[in-house]
Design a protein around this ligand. Sequence first.
Ligand code: PXP
Length: 242
Amino acid sequence: MTGGLRLGVNIDHVATVRNARGAGYPDPVRAALLAAEAGADGITAHLREDRRHITDDDIARLSAELPVPLNLEMAATDEMLAVALRHRPHAACIVPEKREERTTEGGLDAAGQFDHLAPMVAILGRAGVRVSLFIEPAAEQVDAARRLGAPVVELHTGRYCHLDGAARSDELRRIVDAAALAAKNGIESHAGHGLTFDNVAAIAAIPQLAELNIGHFLIGEAIFDGLGAVVARMRALMDMAR
Ligand code: PXP
């Protein structure tokens, strides 16, 4: 890690390609090892309820083989809590999950789901798993994370990435403000969703952010340049923004 900003590489979509043919390749664990070698500080994987990409076996192998920390993205369900307690990843990022969505479309309503999330955050914390909540960059969500005792929030950058012009600047301001508010409350901030070579600099420059989690773009771009080169370039762009 350099510049104080970690890069977590999300390898879900290596598994998407594998599962498209039901074959044993490409192997997401091999991709994770390569990403780590190329400068990723951690690996992120989302075990979805419908197992559309990452499988239980992938999580078991990642837990056993990774030389860098594993960040397990999980819905707030009893099934996923059991998986997290079985493998005890370095970190667990609680995300909202809707079966019919193509990707994680919005942030977790940490304020609205307070009573459901409170025991989960506490159990994971007691098990030594660093809990993060994937939230919209909004003061009420940061405040709910504080009340829940979550040590980390991951700020959803999806809207920022999809907007342009003044609307994008407004959304960037919300992310900047949310990261500052989190820091004021002793919460570490991460960010992710939709980040690319073209839009990462403004996010990477936010001084309170400690980690970016990036997946879909990197795996797609790897088709053209190779995963090692693409991870190394993202790492360099993040460092240059600091
Ligand atoms: N962070 C979280 C919490 C996510 O759910 C995802 C998508 O799985 C990402 C980061 C990575 O987003 P993308 O694949 O668009 O880079």
